[in-house]
Design a protein. Sequence first.
Length: 149
Amino acid sequence: MKRRTFLLAGAAATLPLRALANTEPVIKVLKTPTCGCCTAWVDHVRQAGFTVEAQDVDQDALYAFKDRLQIAPELAGCHTAIISDYFIEGHVPAADITRLLAEQPVARGLTVPGMPMSSPGMGGPGAGDTFDTLLVGSDGVTSVFASHS
């Protein structure tokens, strides 16, 4: 083995497997530039270890994106994200996204409709509201994925 190859192999052995594989999915977020709670949610998922690419768009572009994903108005939140083959709508907790990716249900995505005060980015636990994260099936039918109080 050449000295250079040996040194590179030794350096690679000290890196975490995650750094070598670089297979973690990226959350791509569309949000409006003036929404502070959207920015706080992006911070929440980053702090949970996700790589996030956030893009500021105007309200019309955000609504058009939601329409393309067929997110019904009653399921909408203030920002929309994509990770792997799923949409993430609104203030979904990072732990629910992690579970979604681990379980990989046949579904279109997760949503926390509206802007519940105790959801990530809106004030956090104890801020007042209990809320559910809904799983949106491939047929558009929702079911409770997780309950938060």
